[in-house]
Ligand binder design. Structure first.
Ligand SMILES: [Zn+2]
Length: 91
């Protein structure tokens, strides 16, 4: 697996607002979490608003206490993601 992708997987902006971008080391990580409100399983898009690198995690367990949108909310509110193109780091 790509080392940069692995570093991105360790970034957890929902529990640490001071985390650093693995690509450019700025602390401008943003994220968008969508999941099933019954199982807490969902997907995540995480990106750096400074260098625009990011990753998509297609399936993850969302930690307790973390706020996220349900799939229904995500569909009805389709502009919650980044408003610019993300350079997706590949696994
Ligand atoms: Zn960055």
């Amino acid at each position: 697996m790509n080392e940069l992708f692995k570093s991105w997987l360790k970034v957890q902006p929902w529990s640490n607002s001071e985390c650093e971008c693995p690509s450019c080391l700025s602390k401008k990580i943003e994220y968008y979490l969508v999941g099933d409100k019954n199982t807490n399983v969902g997907w995540c898009l995480m990106w750096c608003s400074s260098c625009k690198d990011g990753i998509h995690i297609s399936r993850m367990k969302i930690p307790k206490g973390v706020d996220y949108e349900s799939f229904e909310e995500s569909v009805s509110n389709n502009n919650s993601g980044p408003q610019y193109q993300i350079n997706l780091v590949q696994p």
